[in-house]
Design a protein around this ligand. Structure first.
Ligand SMILES: O=C(O)CCC(=O)C(=O)O
Ligand SMILES: [Fe+2]
Length: 362
């Protein structure tokens, strides 16, 4: 039997305000997706409308050998087209990837009151946040996802405030992925024909954050979404997905290969997904594309994913690199303070790549 909420507000209070999340709703035994979760038909994800991306993963260990230039080319090509690619031999041990998925399941299996202590306003640290959907107060339809978000400031702070069941593995993952992110950014910048010193490159990645996403099994995956269409706002995202699948990326309209087609990024055991964020699109004056992506849930199994987001610190300014603007003959984006870009990004519901309009020069 499905529980009944007297109004859409009481459902919202239960899921969002009281911190029960979608997991809490599923544990009550919902047999149908509530109205509040039903997406506009255009936003629903039809499995039949997409193909699987068959691009082989890029072997990052080859960056350190004779194939360096070839791998740099592969990375740049992927960033110019789909904005998404998978990597292997990335330096994060496979056992750690398994532990991360286990940690995510363990955390979200906790009783609601143990998770709700990390809700905004009561969390022991402003850098740790448990929540559901993306910006529930702004969304017409909620997303079928709970998450915990952990912003890095120091090891001590992380070990003190990040949840016990996640902190060690999340911290280790964040550190090991930082090296790969740096290598990828260096490769991308070199292909722009620009020399940036180490401190500038580090500056692009000054803020790092690990999330754990939990998508409970959903009675009607065809009516709702796990995550709606969006691009990530930062520089580079490293994403661990489990074996369930459901991550889709959009082929940009102006690509020859298909107009606005969605490709599923298949789970590859041991691989990590790399995704280009808005900051790199802006910095490259549009040469590299942030990837529009979304997530479908399944009716049979809960899915977890663990992204590491990297971006400049809030007070930094981001804009197209002057050398690239000179070569292109025009700037496609204005310079913006990252904090302003973030406020706009996190102040609106997911809406594809609309986030870039904030910096776009028309
Ligand atoms: O769960 C996924 O595969 C993707 C999640 C995502 O896009 C995000 O957290 O920004
Ligand atoms: Fe994303």
């Amino acid at each position: 039997m499905s529980p009944s909420f007297n109004s859409s507000n009481s459902l919202y209070d239960f899921v969002v305000r009281e911190g029960n999340g979608v997991k809490g709703l599923v544990d009550l035994g919902v047999s149908e997706v509530p109205e509040r979760y039903k997406q506009h038909p255009q936003e629903r994800i039809n499995k039949q409308d997409s193909r699987t991306c068959d691009a082989p993963p890029i072997d990052l260990s080859k960056l350190n050998g004779p194939d360096h230039e070839k791998v740099v080319d592969e990375i740049a090509r992927a960033a110019e087209t789909l904005g998404f690619f998978q990597v292997v031999n990335h330096g994060v041990p496979l056992e750690l990837l398994e532990s991360l998925k286990d940690a995510a399941h363990t955390f979200f299996s906790l009783p609601p009151e143990k998770k709700a202590v990390y809700c905004t306003g009561v969390s022991p640290s402003p850098r740790v946040k448990y929540g559901t959907s993306f910006v529930p107060e702004k969304e017409k339809a909620l997303e079928w996802k709970d998450y915990i978000s952990m912003v890095y400031s120091s090891d001590e702070e992380a070990l003190q405030h990040w949840p016990d069941r996640c902190k060690e593995v999340a911290l280790e993952y964040l550190k090991l992925s930082s090296k790969m992110v740096r290598d990828i950014v260096e490769a991308l910048i070199s292909k722009l024909g620009v020399a940036l010193d180490d401190s500038k490159i580090e500056g692009l990645l000054g803020l790092k954050m690990v999330n754990m996403n939990y998508y409970p099994a959903c009675p009607n995956p065809e009516l709702t979404v796990g995550v709606g269409r969006h691009s990530d706002m930062g520089a580079i995202t490293v994403l661990l997905q489990d074996g369930i699948g459901g991550l889709y990326v959009k082929v940009e309209e102006d690509e020859d290969a298909g107009k606005g087609e969605w490709l599923e990024i298949p789970p590859i055991p041991g691989a990590l997904v790399i995704n280009i964020g808005d900051t790199i699109q802006i910095l490259s004056n549009g040469k590299y594309k942030s990837a529009e992506h979304r997530v479908r849930t399944t009716s049979t199994q809960s899915r977890v994913s663990v992204p590491v987001f990297t971006m400049p610190i809030a007070t930094d300014r981001i804009g197209p690199l002057p050398e690239v603007v000179k070569k292109d003959g025009l700037a496609r984006y204005r310079e913006v303070v990252l904090q302003d870009y973030m406020n706009n990004f996190f102040g609106n519901a997911h809406a594809g790549k609309k986030s870039l309009d904030f910096a776009r020069i028309n």
